[in-house]
Design a protein around this ligand. Structure first.
Ligand code: ADP
Ligand code: MG
Length: 367
């Protein structure tokens, strides 16, 4: 099956899954579909329900309500060993007394695969993760990154329907983490694995994922490609969680010409014809999401639609761009980045300036 056909095949489906621990709602009515061959990351702050979701998928916990199916089969109450799922955790949990080859072959052994076949398939997997030359070593003779690749090989060797990764990079230092993110992404794509990963690191999610599911307080806030989440966040939480965002909260005013969201010294003007903003005239408060790199600078002047006035508070030169912090008249701060290095060089802290944008540069979220 080619990648395009794959993209539409459902590997797993969660329907209204909730998990209660006494009064604690660990998961609250979570529904989504995982597609065959995709790399999906569950991203959210600590305590948002990521690990609970992963455990429900693996079968270590049973949902209080809701349904889970894999390849169209109801799996809600099927025990873990009867689900064809591979797993890799942050502490790789390699067996210290077994060689690398035996570690990778272990899931095949438990499935009754004979030794010759087991070793052949384990070696093939070690080739893929670039560790065939370490087959006879023991885990303690391997570096952290190598041990992690062994754990990945072990999670993939029996061709699981789904591979689960729980905070896979947490035990690695920052530099190695960056390399492993890219390696794991390449290896899982190469073997066509369907992956659900968990992290609280937004950069890791952006680097590795086809789609990201953002969790907050046990609920699925939004699921989409990194691009969709960045360009069309549906809540302030998502706007703030993916990338850097200025959140300008203001009053909504609707006139014959259009809808305006405004505060002291700033105004966003939205065409009424835009379907995204059709319901905005029904609310009183809204939040304008303004990305730092989408703001243009102009000399201070009378306030026009889609602009804000302010005073430069900090100006930091970073070679490729300037970063500015601008204090607005309503007291709020705006962070912006400008690659118009020549123009910004002529500005100083304390200067009054005007920031402008177009309708396409912003997202407005009704409160
Ligand atoms: P995350 O992985 O996103 O950090 P978890 O899924 O581990 O979050 O936890 C979600 C919520 O459920 C948290 O409030 C956590 O304290 C609670 N929780 C998780 N497991 C248990 C448990 N076994 N007993 C009681 N509460 C739990
Ligand atoms: Mg967790």
């Amino acid at each position: 099956m080619n990648a395009v056909q794959n993209a539409t095949v459902t590997a797993m489906k969660l329907e209204g899954v909730s998990k209660l621990y006494g009064p604690v709602v660990a998961l609250d009515n979570v529904s989504f579909e995982l597609r065959k061959g995709e790399f999906l990351t569950m991203l959210g702050p600590s305590g948002s329900g990521k690990t609970t979701s992963l455990r429900a998928i693996a079968g270590f916990i049973q949902p209080t309500s809701g349904r889970l199916s894999i390849d169209g089969r109801d799996m809600t109450f099927v025990p873990p060993q009867k689900r064809n799922i591979g797993m890799m955790f942050q502490d790789y949990a390699l067996f210290p007394h077994m060689t690398v080859l035996a570690n990778v072959g272990y899931p095949l052994e438990t499935r009754g695969i004979k030794r010759t076949e087991r070793e052949k398939r384990s070696m093939e997997m070690l080739e893929i993760v670039g560790l065939a030359h370490c087959a006879q070593r023991y885990p303690k003779e391997m570096s952290g990154g190598q041990q992690q690749r062994v754990a990945l090989a072990r999670a993939l060797v029996f061709k699981p329907d789904i591979v689960l990764l729980d905070e896979p990079m947490a035990a690695l230092d920052k530099k190695l983490r960056g390399q492993m993110q890219i390696e794991i992404m390449h290896i899982t794509r190469q073997v066509g694995a369907t992956v659900v990963s968990v992290t609280h690191d937004q950069e890791e999610a952006l680097v590795m994922s086809d789609r990201i599911a953002i969790f907050k307080e046990g609920r699925l806030e939004q699921l989409g490609t990194p691009h969709e989440l960045y360009l069309q966040p549906r809540s302030e939480f998502v706007a703030d969680f993916i990338g850097e965002a200025n959140l300008l909260r203001g009053d909504v005013r609707s006139t014959g010409e259009g809808v305006f969201v405004e505060g002291n010294g700033w105004m966003a003007s939205l065409p009424k014809s835009d379907p995204r903003y059709a319901t905005l005239s029904k609310v009183q408060k809204a939040c304008v999401v303004l990305r730092p790199e989408r703001i243009c600078l102009a000399p201070a002047g009378p306030l026009s639609p889609n602009s804000a006035e302010g005073v430069i508070e900090d100006k930091i030169y970073l070679g490729v761009e300037y970063r500015l912090v601008v204090r607005m008249s309503d007291g709020g701060k705006v962070n912006l980045r400008s690659r118009d290095v020549a123009s910004v060089a002529a500005m100083s802290a304390g200067d009054r300036i005007c920031m402008t944008w177009t309708v396409d540069d912003i997202v407005v979220i009704g409160a």
